[in-house]
Ligand binder design. Structure first.
Ligand code: SF4
Ligand code: SF4
Length: 394
């Protein structure tokens, strides 16, 4: 198919060595009217320096209040191919593991019902299928669900949970991130597909404190694998690292955030009482150091990007929780948190913002969590809670 629109401004974005979204849309435009008119619409926006997408109209599929994001053009007569250009969010597999067959299936379905353009993956984690008409939503969904796919979350609902590859590929995983994510997804189907919260709620599960999915900055609830007990040390392997040229003093001892490691040239010692399980030493000396034997997760709450108030990082709310199926302790905690948020949260207030507004002390009391030193927001300076006289007496 030859190009319908001249795109001199967009063409500039194809120059240079970087991958270009314009190149990809042009490839799709060889067989898609949507992509043809998408190029025309974008060119107009670049020229006029205004967006030609507008909000409006709720669209979705039967039985679901989430998973489809409605989008319309404000110049439909000029670009009929993108008069409607709705996005469909499809729940990705945990850890982003696909077979080639599954990927082809998704692409074939989207070539048939939509623009053929995808975004693998959106920032929450979903497979994003970009651009279709209202009348194609039901048939696209019917075909997706008949092949075992389901929609993800959107709006004021649980958003599609996501995780790092964890135990599937990574030796540092302290928890089975994929199993936990799968179980959360199954357990909270209703909360994901039928928005009923003050605002969105995201779960992200990382196997260790390296936190490859940045759960600590991006999830309302971050579940991060950790351990109890002493870091296991193989002194022979430590020596091998030293003999191999590693400057253990500089690269390990001086980089430990809690200054709890010492090295005298022949033996590495760790004061495990002070270790905050940041993973630095283990990640640097994989062969010599291993996490302690008892595995579990630290549960944190409250991070978000800067939309209503500024960006927030998650706070520790449970320093250590065993993470074994069926994860009842986790679900019980989540239900208590949601009840509190539901009761007190304003419209479009994330749970972290609510904690900031009503105080962490109040949150802990209402949700029934005991205050602990690991919950301090800024160590040694700015505690979030104060001991009452009763506590001191005890
Ligand atoms: Fe591995 Fe930890 Fe990264 Fe997960 S977060 S992939 S366990 S290093
Ligand atoms: Fe120090 Fe982090 Fe290693 Fe613990 S895990 S000993 S805090 S570097």
């Amino acid at each position: 198919m030859s190009m319908k629109h001249q795109t001199p401004l967009l063409d500039e974005l194809e120059k240079g060595t970087f991958p270009s979204f314009v190149k990809e849309i042009k490839r799709a435009a060889e067989h898609s009217d949507y992509a043809q008119d998408l190029l025309g619409l974008l060119e107009l926006s670049y020229k006029e320096k205004v967006t030609h997408w507008k909000h409006g109209g709720i669209v979705g599929v039967r039985g679901y209040g989430a998973g489809v994001i409605g989008r319309y053009s404000d110049v439909p007569d000029q670009f009929p191919g993108v008069a409607h250009f709705h996005t469909v969010r499809v729940n990705q597999p945990s850890g982003f593991f696909y077979t080639t067959k599954a990927l082809r299936e998704i692409c074939d379905i989207w070539d048939k019902y939509g623009s053929g353009l995808t975004n693998m993956h959106g920032s929450t984690g979903d497979i994003i299928l970009l651009g279709t008409k209202t009348e194609n939503l039901e048939p696209a969904f019917a075909e997706l669900s008949s092949r075992g796919w389901d929609l993800g979350g959107s709006g004021s609902a649980v958003r599609t949970p996501s995780c790092c590859v964890g135990a599937a590929r990574c030796e540092w995983a302290n928890i089975d991130t994929m199993s936990i994510t799968h179980e959360i997804t199954q357990h909270y189907q209703d909360e994901m597909h039928r928005p009923a919260f003050p605002y969105k709620f995201k779960f992200k599960v990382a196997g260790c404190a390296v936190d490859c999915i940045a759960s600590i900055a991006r999830a309302d609830m971050s579940i991060i694998g950790t351990w109890r007990g002493d870091i296991q040390i193989d002194q022979g392997e430590v020596k091998n690292y030293a003999q191999g040229g590693m400057d253990i003093q500089k690269e390990i001892v001086e980089m430990c955030p809690t200054e709890c490691i010492s090295w005298d040239g022949s033996e590495l010692k760790i004061n495990n009482e002070d270790c905050n399980r940041c993973m630095h030493c283990i990640a640097k000396m994989t062969k010599a150091l291993r996490p302690g034997p008892e595995k579990g997760a630290t549960i944190l709450l409250g991070s978000k990007a800067p939309i209503v108030t500024g960006a927030l990082m998650s706070w520790v709310i449970v320093p250590f929780m065993k993470m074994e199926p069926p994860y009842d302790e986790l679900f019980d905690l989540v239900d208590r948190i949601w009840e509190w948020w539901d009761e007190h949260g304003k419209n479009r207030e994330r749970v972290g913002e609510l904690i900031e507004r009503l105080s962490f002390t109040r949150f802990l009391k209402d949700v029934g969590l005991d205050p602990q030193p690991a919950m301090v927001k800024e160590p040694r300076r700015d505690p979030f809670f104060f001991w009452s006289e009763e506590d001191v007496e005890k």
